[in-house]
Design a protein around this ligand. Structure first.
Ligand SMILES: Nc1ncnc2c1ncn2[C@@H]1O[C@H](COP(=O)(O)OP(=O)(O)OP(=O)(O)O)[C@@H](O)[C@H]1O
Length: 607
């Protein structure tokens, strides 16, 4: 089990020599007992697999205990008596024992891997399904990387522990106890000599672990920093290039890389002592056994050459698992800590359930009203303050206002990503909480600034709005969205494949596809977060026409950045600090010469 412990997971150290080694401090679960109990609840269904695995491990350990005993017998009863034929026969028996033991070891590993893979598949499935039903607030609250690492690292750690460490712990304990009994059975003086070495092994291992722990924590921190830096740089590579910061980035990386080299070296040097020191002590133990054994032969204390040979093999068999135990427990502990993190997500509250007898509708008129709505993401930091407005069916409402004023939050509440703390949001005269959430969301279409396009063809991306749409419907929607013109000039037209979220299209083109998708979806209420970045005039005209077609006949809420959309809106709400500062249509607001008029002036300058 030479796996780096704790998080973040790193590559296994290269160039290690054989023998035990400390792999860093283990991360402990907050409540080990409860987590173990819960892991057992997953394993319970696979009792047969686990029991047969334990049976195999017991048999293979017992067989491997027989080996050294037989070696002693072969020497004393056959070789020293020059019975070569008998010796060969016994050696064949010995080989048979080791072969059967190896087969049983393989069987035990096979059974346990099956058990582990089944358990992990179930857990992974549950976790993924949970991700689908978690409220959006969780994704806002937790880092994406953290959630990803629970799905990958933590589950993988548990997999390693289930498939290997548990059985290894069982076999280690069995083999230490069994070897101890066999040694006492053979000769109690030599057994005591062997036992004397154990405190030295434990003491030296402890000393080294104490010193390495600090260095390993530093190595993990430096590795985490380096990985974080790499991730950030790769995902923002265009920004780095844009600002010409390549040299600076390389210099920063060099520094982090050097820090990791230094701390990894320190950690590996200290932990690297463990192998040679333990080897030295093991050999010392064997030397002692041989020396004392020889003395006992001389004084005729019931020790034969064969007994010494058995003892040498047993001594090796005895020390090896003791050396490994601390690492095994470390792996095991990290796995439990990982499982606990997985369970933590599984225990998160799902998105609030629908009220009993929730309403479903085939069509929403689109009459939307906010009544004294208040909301805060964090306690004592109000984002919306007694917000009230009404959008009559079919109207276009534009939200404008400074950054951070709460425009996106209004939309989040309408979508029920969050619920209002107080006040009411009504659609067609009913509180939105009375509608079945999935039904309501199916009738609300969203076109966001960062259009979500997935890797697939243009056609598939548009069809995402209505999965059973025919090719003709897809193309008709693209035409209405004014997207058809650019799509037909793409290398494979509608079958052109999009890569990494549509990075092979311009931002304007991506938005045209999103508009086509929304047209196909044909929602009753539309939410539109206009892109801020400027696009070429032709695309701009197409987007505007596409949007006009899309907004036709449905209530539309627009976080507006473009003059045209704002001017044509039925109502413009100027939001500041979570409240409506000004309200009216374009002409009326311009006359007021307030915030709206000055924002318009800024927009005109920009465009
Ligand atoms: N998930 C969140 N958790 C905590 N605070 C948040 C969260 N999302 C937004 N906020 C805060 O709520 C306030 C309103 O944010 P919101 O995104 O609604 O503003 P906005 O008007 O849409 O801004 P922009 O024009 O920049 O998109 C801001 O102060 C923001 O920092």
């Amino acid at each position: 089990m030479n796996k780096p412990q704790g998080r973040p997971a790193g590559p296994p150290p290269i160039g290690r020599h054989p023998g035990p080694r400390f792999n860093g401090p283990a991360e402990k679960a907050k409540d080990q007992k409860a987590t173990l109990k819960r892991i057992w609840s997953y394993l319970k269904n696979q009792r047969v697999g686990i029991m047969s695995s334990i049976f195999f491990v017991v048999v293979s350990t017992l067989l491997s205990l027989l080996g050294p005993l037989l070696i002693g017998r072969i020497i004393d009863d056959y070789i020293l008596r020059f019975n070569i034929e008998g010796a060969i026969r016994m050696i064949l028996v010995l080989a048979g024992i080791y072969i059967v033991s190896a087969i049983f070891t393989w069987l035990q590993t096979f059974m346990m891997i099956r058990v582990s893979q089944k358990t992990i598949r179930e857990l992974r499935q549950q976790l993924f399904e949970k991700f689908q039903s978690l409220p959006i607030a969780i994704y806002d609250k937790r880092q994406q990387g953290d959630l990803m690492s629970r799905m990958t690292n933590d589950i993988e750690n548990l997999n390693a522990a289930l498939s290997q460490s548990i059985i290894q712990i069982v076999s280690t304990v069995l083999s230490v106890v069994g070897t101890g009994i066999a040694m006492f059975y053979l000769n109690w003086v030599l057994a005591v000599v062997t036992l004397l070495v154990i405190p030295i092994i434990i003491w030296s291992t402890k000393q080294i672990i104490k010193r390495s722990s600090k260095n390993f924590s530093q190595r993990q921190r430096d590795l985490g920093n380096l990985n974080g830096f790499i991730e950030e740089t790769i995902s923002n590579s265009h920004i780095t290039t844009l600002f010409g910061k390549e040299e600076q980035t390389v210099a920063q990386f060099k520094e982090a890389n050097e820090k990791l080299r230094a701390s990894a070296l320190k950690a590996d040097i200290t932990s690297g002592f463990l192998g040679p020191i333990n080897n030295f002590i093991n050999n010392l133990g064997i030397g002692l056994v041989i020396g004392v054994g020889a003395l006992l032969v001389i004084v005729n204390f019931g020790v034969s050459v064969g007994v010494i040979a058995s003892f040498v093999t047993y001594t090796r068999q005895f020390f090896r698992p003791i050396n490994q135990l601390s690492n095994l427990f470390n792996t095991f502990q990290s796995a439990i800590a990982g499982a606990e993190r997985v369970f933590e997500i599984l225990d998160e509250q799902n998105e609030s359930a629908d009220v009993p007898e929730a309403i479903t509708k085939n069509r929403y008129e689109g009459d939307v009203e906010f009544r004294n709505v208040e909301f805060a993401y964090q306690p004592n930091k109000p984002v919306l303050r007694k917000l009230s407005f009404r959008a009559k069916a079919g109207e276009t409402i534009a939200f404008v206002g400074p950054t951070g004023s709460g425009k996106t939050t209004i939309i989040q509440l309408l979508n029920r990503f969050y619920d209002a703390a107080s006040g009411e949001i009504l659609i067609d005269g009913q509180d939105i909480k009375r509608y079945k959430m999935a039904n309501l969301r199916n009738h609300i279409g969203v076109v966001l600034q960062d259009t979500y396009l997935f890797s697939g063809s243009v056609r598939e991306n548009i069809r995402y709005g209505k999965l059973d749409a025919t090719d003709e419907e897809v193309e008709r929607a693209a035409e209405t969205a004014y997207a058809h013109n650019f799509i037909k000039y793409l290398p494979q037209g509608y079958d052109t494949m999009l890569v990494s979220g549509g990075m092979n299209l311009s931002q304007g083109q991506r938005q045209l596809i999103a508009i086509a998708r929304a047209i196909l979806e044909d929602p009753d209420i539309l939410i539109l977060d206009e892109a801020t970045s400027s696009v070429d005039t032709m695309t701009e005209v197409h987007i505007q026409k596409g949007l006009n077609n899309l907004m036709q006949g449905r209530t539309s809420f627009v976080i507006a950045h473009r003059l045209k959309t704002i001017e044509n809106a039925d109502q413009i709400l100027v939001i500041k600090d979570g409240a409506i500062l000004e309200q009216g249509n374009h002409d009326g607001l311009m006359e007021q010469k307030g915030l709206y008029a000055s924002l318009q002036h800024q927009l005109q300058v920009q465009q």
